[in-house]
Design a binder for this molecule. Structure first.
Ligand SMILES: Nc1ncnc2c1ncn2[C@@H]1O[C@H](COP(=O)(O)OP(=O)(O)OP(=O)(O)O)[C@@H](O)[C@H]1O
Ligand SMILES: [Mg+2]
Length: 332
């Protein structure tokens, strides 16, 4: 099978700063590939190199068998890229944006109108095609950017945080469309995201990058299995005493116990078998359990294990998302 992406010992420096550090990666054709990593990990830098916008400092990268440095011209005809920042003009209509892109990409005049019509339909934008983009919502703008990228029928679509700041329903619609294009037209998708559920639900393979190093590449299921431990979460009516904590740690099968106020998080081998024992242990320590739940590892746990940080769903990250999304619109 041909490789969609093949990267060998690739590094990128900005001045003295090593943004990508000796990356090796092969991705087979036909896949949806997600790259996950904390802010500043190197995702955008990698996407920019693969889409021929930046040259690596060392090593090589091939996309569809073409070298991204010395075969970049031929390669650009086969790929599309939707950047993290906004990439459409807001003072003209959606239709006019697509028309400009169709000319930039050199789509044949005879089929141009049909290509634009198909892309608008695909992204549910037909009804608003003639409205100014400045009147679009964030989700509509992202769909228009995707319509522009998909119009040329790329062999690989590179997306940098394609759904940032969008509501869950719009994110789902966009992903279902991309998945259908992947399955029906064989379009590969290489995307970065901070949404763990997107990587889990839609990617065939996930790569985890941290501080410029590619730490792990595997399918979502393999990654979750590699965490090795289930998570048991307990809410108690009071903070655990040192004695109770020590008792929990001693239980057979318990790997790790963490405390956060009245919440106890336990990593354990076989959570189902342990629940009763844990409750008994807490009762013996006169701790009242308000809530207890057990679950298999999620991609959040994977992220925690390999990138050393949890992608918080709480306010700070959402605020950062909104700020970055606003910056995108302002730049447009
Ligand atoms: N043009 C540049 N000049 C200097 N340093 C840069 C440049 N672009 C990126 N960097 C640095 O390289 C590192 C990787 O940046 P990059 O944008 O690739 O990260 P990222 O994983 O896309 O982060 P985010 O999730 O915030 O988008 C960061 O420390 C960033 O500050
Ligand atoms: Mg980025």
């Amino acid at each position: 099978m041909e490789l969609a992406v093949s990267i060998r010992k690739l590094s990128k420096k900005y001045g003295d700063f090593l943004a990508l550090d000796n990356i090796n990666l092969d991705i087979e054709e036909g896949k949806l590939f997600a790259i996950l990593g904390p802010n500043g990990a190197g995702k955008t830098t990698l996407l920019r190199i693969l889409t021929t916008q930046f040259e690596p400092t060392a090593g090589e990268a091939f996309v569809l068998g073409k070298n991204v440095v010395n075969q970049s011209e031929g390669l650009r005809k086969l790929i599309s890229y939707v950047p993290q920042e906004m990439s459409v003009w807001t003072d003209i209509s959606g239709y006019e944006n697509l028309l400009i892109y169709s000319k930039i990409y050199g789509l044949p005049t005879a089929t141009r109108k049909d290509s634009i019509k198909d892309s608008l339909e695909l992204m549910d934008l037909t009804d608003v095609a003639n409205n100014l983009v400045s009147t679009y919502s964030g989700g509509m703008i992202r769909k228009l950017e995707l319509a522009c990228a998909i119009m040329i029928k790329p062999k690989i679509l590179f997306l940098d945080e394609p759904t940032i700041g969008l509501d869950p329903a719009t994110r789902k619609t966009i992903w279902e469309k991309l998945k259908a294009l992947n399955r029906e037209s064989g379009m590969d998708v290489f995307f970065s995201t901070h949404y763990m559920d997107e990587a889990d639900n839609y990617a065939d393979e996930i790569g985890i990058i941290n501080r410029g190093k590619l730490i792990k590449v595997a399918s979502p299921d393999e990654l979750k299995r590699s965490v090795g431990y289930d998570r048991i979460e307990i809410e108690t009516d009071s903070e655990l005493s040192k004695h109770a904590l020590a008792d929990l740690k001693k239980l057979n099968g318990v790997k790790k116990v963490e405390l956060e106020g009245n919440e106890v998080m336990i990593s354990a081998k076989d959570s189902a078998a342990l629940l009763d024992v844990i409750i008994e242990c807490l009762l013996a320590n006169k701790v009242h359990v308000k809530k207890i739940s057990a679950r298999q590892p999620t991609i959040d746990d994977v992220f925690l294990k390999y990138a050393g940080a949890k992608e918080s769903k709480k306010a700070p990250v959402q605020l950062a998302d909104v700020k970055r999304f606003r910056d995108r619109i302002r730049r447009g």
